[in-house]
Design a protein around this ligand. Structure first.
Ligand code: SF4
Length: 264
């Protein structure tokens, strides 16, 4: 049975054609340098938190950086076996290796303060599924990065640049995850916080409002998205601000929107 993820909801809202190509046709598996970096940092942070949670062991920032580097190199090696591997231009891979180490070490060096403020680890990299997102039974799935013992949800993000505040506030992910936390623990989370680490190693804490009023927006929107999915009609949305070669992986891969824009 199809279940919505925060990413599939986001793709459908940006552009139904983008949703179709990524999640119906299944062209979502394209790696990018940014996605491999994000995965490596996430996994290194998660393994540090799991060591703390299960053994009370505190990793040093350089240990977390090394774990991120090993994971990144593994992901790059796996990607090189793909049909369409990332084209690393001269020197870029070395730059990205430095970025991965810097991001992991910077984030982990701030971890004591973050955990003191938001709470210690209670549940790390938890996968949820079958979460009722609407009263008529539309279901959701995903994986949360960290739920703390203060009942705060934390999500790590790696980013080239610092996030403006509006970016965190506009995300639907906190609402989907808040609903999942309530479904699994019986309690709506106290807060949702994006912790963003930039390639330069700056760490931002961006709390997001996850009250139930905001959730009702998602509850009202999802049935419309589900009807579109079931009807199998996926219009292009070339007017989206994210319809560009920078933000849409399909722009340079045969989407007619590119031609439309070039003719305009
Ligand atoms: S290029 Fe534009 S129209 Fe095409 S899938 Fe992406 S967002 Fe949609």
């Amino acid at each position: 049975m199809f279940q919505w993820r925060q990413s599939t909801i986001g793709d459908m809202l940006i552009c139904p054609e983008r949703f179709r190509r990524a999640h119906v046709v299944g062209e979502a598996d394209m790696n990018s340098a940014a996605s491999l970096m994000g995965t490596a940092v996430h996994e290194a942070i998660a393994s540090g938190l799991l060591a703390l949670l299960h053994n009370g062991e505190w990793y040093e920032p350089q240990d977390v950086a090394r774990n991120a580097l090993i994971r990144f190199q593994h992901l790059v090696a796996m990607d090189s076996l793909e049909q369409d591997p990332i084209p690393w231009r001269e020197g870029l891979l070395d730059e990205r290796i430095n970025d991965v180490e810097r991001m992991a070490a910077s984030l982990w060096s701030q971890m004591p303060g973050l955990l003191e403020r938001w709470g210690g680890p209670l549940s790390v990299e938890h996968t949820f599924s079958g979460v009722p997102l609407t009263p008529d039974g539309i279901k959701g799935q995903g994986t949360w990065d960290l739920l703390t013992d203060k009942h705060v949800l934390i999500d790590w993000k790696t980013s080239e640049k610092p996030w403006p505040k509006w970016k965190a506030a506009k995300k639907l992910q906190p609402l989907v995850y808040a609903q999942a936390v309530e479904h699994e623990t019986g309690r709506w989370p106290e807060a949702f916080v994006f912790i963003v680490v930039t390639r330069e190693g700056r760490v931002q804490q961006l709390p997001v409002n996850v009250n139930r009023e905001r959730y009702r927006f998602l509850e009202a929107t999802l049935p419309q998205l589900e009807r579109m999915r079931l009807s199998n009609i996926y219009p292009l949305n070339p007017d989206s601000a994210l319809c560009s070669e920078v933000y849409c992986p399909f722009y340079n891969r045969g989407c007619p929107a590119k031609q439309l824009k070039e003719l305009a």
